[in-house]
Design a protein around this ligand. Structure first.
Ligand SMILES: [Fe+2]
Ligand SMILES: [Fe+2]
Length: 427
């Protein structure tokens, strides 16, 4: 089996050759379509195990199907904006099957220790608690006041808030991600296991975050809602690629990290909203941040338990996730026009202090302390090496970041479709 792709004059060949991860990825057998960045060319293949050999072409995604599409070229055109743009091989089901039993045996533990982190619907806040009441006589006046407050918000702040809102709005992807995890997934869609009920109720709590930010931003009149809605549709269509390989070890380390990252970024947008004089928005972002903190506490507790029961495999998982780097959930963001929109959004978040490279190092340092990683005992010699590697990372990240910030290149400003193509400083 071989196939040839033409991409803007660059030929890339994909040959049937077992890759280093192929033996760990039974699903790779069904790969049948490859898409190369800006490819307009043709491809022919039969479902087979693939390994990509191309140094020039940027592999933008692998679509897994069980059969070849009827009209491949049409399919490439149609899906070209939806395929993941990552350049690594997608590994699946890397956790040995016997470990699944470990998670099944933890169902009662999760019932007693994790499910209580959820709030009942009756005790939960709802977006409407923070928004003008549309059935009241004073609705229009309330909206007017909201818009007066929001008029003071600077463009770079709006970019961060929109980026955070779009990230929250891609929630279907995150529930999908949790349900990729072996041993804890919701097998039926209404499963009564504690893991499945946690995932659904967590999703239901998270659903209010995007709703609230979306409605608030709509009412401000400061942002281009249609292009934002397109960005959300593209993002959900693209999915995400956290490289968690169906493993709850990797998956819960990822979610621990991400819940803390969102706690930090929503906390920073809350603080900044207050500085800009919008106390209502500060309350909104602060309330969302508190949810993220509660979720972080639940996910870090799961990983704490894994360290207790299985320190070696858990430290390997932490090492693995850190070597791969924790990708942001919305890393495949696209607005239909700007392929760099996520990078630009990240730059603005870095410059304004909403979420920074220092935060990334701080989160890891926090998690190392939270899980007592430095003092883990009973590790194998390989486990001890992983422990040393992980414990040295926060300082390494900080040094690398310092160096990188001194030699920063690239445009100083950029325009964002979300705010009607107004320019904001990137660095
Ligand atoms: Fe959230
Ligand atoms: Fe969250």
């Amino acid at each position: 089996m071989a196939l040839v792709l033409q991409s803007n004059g660059i030929y890339a060949t994909a040959v049937s050759r077992p890759g280093p991860t192929a033996s760990r990825s039974p699903c790779m057998d069904s790969v049948s379509l490859i898409h190369i960045s800006r490819a307009a060319g043709s491809l022919r293949s039969t479902p087979a195990r693939l390994w990509i050999s191309s140094s020039k072409a940027r592999l933008t995604g692998i679509v897994m199907t069980t059969a070849l599409p009827v009209d491949v070229e049409e399919k490439v055109e149609h899906t070209s904006l939806y395929v993941p743009r990552e350049s690594h091989t997608q590994v699946t089901h890397s956790m040995p099957p016997e470990k699944i039993e470990l998670f099944k045996s933890l169902e009662d533990w999760a019932e007693e220790n994790i499910v209580p982190y959820l709030k009942t619907v009756e005790k939960s806040w709802q977006p409407q608690d923070f928004l003008p009441e549309p059935s009241s006589e004073g609705f229009l006046d309330e909206v007017k006041e909201l818009r007066q407050r929001a008029a003071e918000l600077p463009d770079d702040y709006l970019v961060c808030l929109v980026g955070d809102m779009i990230t929250e709005e891609a929630l279907p992807t995150y529930q999908t991600m949790l349900n990729t995890l072996d041993g804890v997934r919701d097998e039926t869609g209404a499963s009564l296991t504690s893991w499945a009920r946690w995932t659904r109720a967590w999703t239901a709590e998270e659903n209010r975050h995007g709703d609230l930010l979306n409605k608030y931003l709509y009412l401000t009149g400061r942002v281009d809602m249609r292009i934002i809605e397109k960005t959300i549709q593209y993002l959900i269509g693209s999915g995400m690629d956290p490289q968690t390989e169906n493993s709850p070890y990797l998956g819960f380390i990822y979610t621990s990290f991400q819940e803390r990252a969102t706690f930090i970024s929503h906390g920073n947008t809350a603080r900044q909203a207050k500085e800009f004089g919008d106390n209502k928005l500060a309350q909104i972002c602060g309330t969302i941040a508190a949810d993220e903190r509660r979720h972080e506490n639940a996910y870090t507790k799961i990983v704490e338990k894994l360290f207790e029961l299985d320190p070696d495999d858990t430290i390997f998982a932490l090492e693995d996730m850190m070597r791969k780097k924790i990708s942001m959930p919305a890393h495949l963001m696209y607005d239909g026009n700007d392929r760099n929109i996520f990078d630009k959004f990240s730059q603005v978040a870095q410059r304004t202090g909403v979420y920074t490279a220092k935060d990334y190092a701080d989160i890891l340092e926090y998690l190392i302390k939270r899980w007592n990683v430095e003092k883990l005992s009973g590790l194998s010699s390989r486990g001890q090496k992983a422990q040393d590697y992980v414990c040295g990372l926060p300082n390494r990240f900080r040094k690398l970041e310092e160096r990188a910030s001194r030699v920063k290149k690239g445009p100083k400003t950029g325009s964002f479709s979300w705010i009607f193509n107004r320019e904001v400083a990137l660095s």
